[in-house]
Each structure stands twice: as C-alpha cells, then as structure tokens.
Design a binder for this molecule. Structure first.
Ligand SMILES: [Zn+2]
Length: 208
C-alpha cells in the first residue's frame, strides 16, 4: 500500500441522479476509505501503483442486487499487457443494493446490519485497490454451495480478509486482537478472521 494514494479520499465519491444530494451515503464512503487502506496495510495486501490515474470512483445504487449485495465494476480497464499490475480504471464504480443504501441513510448506526453493509463496501473497495488480477477462470459461487473454493481465489481471499478484519474490529475487538496478536502466519490469521466473520456476520460455519 503506497501512501501516495491518499488523495482519493478527498474526491466526491457519491454520484448518481437518484441520490445525488444524499450526504449520508457520501459520508459513510469517505469514512470507510481510509480505514480500508489502513487494513490493507496491516494485512500486507498490495494496492495498484497507478490508482492515481483512475477516473473518479463512483458509488451507484443497483436495485437488481441481492440484499446487501455489492459489486465492483472496473469500467474501461486500461491494461499495459507487458505489466498488467500497472492497470488503471477510467470509470470505476461500486454498485450497492437498495438495502445497503437505506442502511447508510439511517440515523442509527450501531447494529449488525449496518456493520455488515459497511463491510460489504470495504470488500468492494479492496477489489478496487488490489494489485492482483481477477483470473480469466474466475469462479462465481452462484448457488452458494462452493463457498470455500470461491473465497480461496486470491482476489476474493484478499477482499474477504479485509472485510472480515473490518467487521470483527467493530463487532468483537477482543477476538480481533487475539487473532492478530497470535503467533500464526499472516495467511492463517486471514483464515481465522474469515472464520470469525462467517460465524458472527453470516451465522455460518467456519470454513478453515
Ligand atoms: Zn469479492
């Protein structure tokens, strides 16, 4: 993670005709960006070197998204084929479900649903920043029955790690400290964070 990227957090993120005047969503995004970058640093996840060449990142409502679903769209991805990690995005966008937008507009911002919505944004921001490429044979776990294979893809493993760190930090700081202060290798800590997220956020079983 390179410090030079910090300029991004001062850009107006939220641009859409429907919610253009909604400062609450913009505030959520602006607050979450620096925290996402901090977590990328802590977890040694590399960001693209040429983020500063990107067009403005937009946050767009997606009424067709599943509840709390979110999606990162690269938008006219510019690749230097000799060095794809130097890619940058001309019109990047994060699409958020109606449920997530409504959650960001609410005054009460302490419950688990709100935290989950924030963590979904953190996940997509990680996809936006991350240096590693999504592979051509990217596997989308559409039926939800192959979660482990889905999460173990390098780009998803990074995004789930950062999302999980964020969620556990705000939901169970003692567990976060216990995992991060353990003697485990960093990749194992990421697995333990994802396990904790699956249990605490999704009421699911640990995968690792
Ligand atoms: Zn993802």
């Amino acid at each position: 993670m390179k410090v030079a990227f910090l300029f991004l957090s001062v850009l107006p993120f939220y641009a859409s005709s429907q919610y253009n005047s909604d400062a609450s969503v913009n505030n959520v995004v602006i607050n979450i960006v620096p925290e996402t970058k901090e977590i990328l640093n802590v977890l040694h996840i590399r960001s693209r070197a040429d983020v500063n060449k990107d067009g403005q990142l937009k946050i767009i409502p997606d009424p067709t998204a599943a509840p709390f679903g979110a999606h990162f769209r690269e938008g006219l991805n510019m690749h230097d084929n000799a060095n794809p990690i130097k890619r940058y995005y001309l019109s990047p966008a994060i699409l958020l479900s109606n449920e997530t937008i409504i959650m960001f507009q609410r005054a009460k911002r302490t419950d688990k649903s709100y935290l989950f919505a924030c963590s979904a944004l953190v996940h997509e921001l990680t996809h936006y920043y991350q240096e590693i490429l999504v592979p051509d044979n990217y596997f989308d776990d559409k039926d939800g029955k192959h979660m482990k294979a889905y999460i173990l893809q390098p780009s998803e493993f990074e995004s789930f790690s950062v999302q999980s760190y964020y969620f556990i930090k705000h939901n169970d700081i003692n567990l976060l400290n216990k995992i991060m202060n353990s003697n485990q290798p960093l990749d194992r800590k990421k697995e333990l964070l994802i396990n904790a997220f699956l249990v605490q956020a999704e009421n699911a079983q640990p995968l690792f």
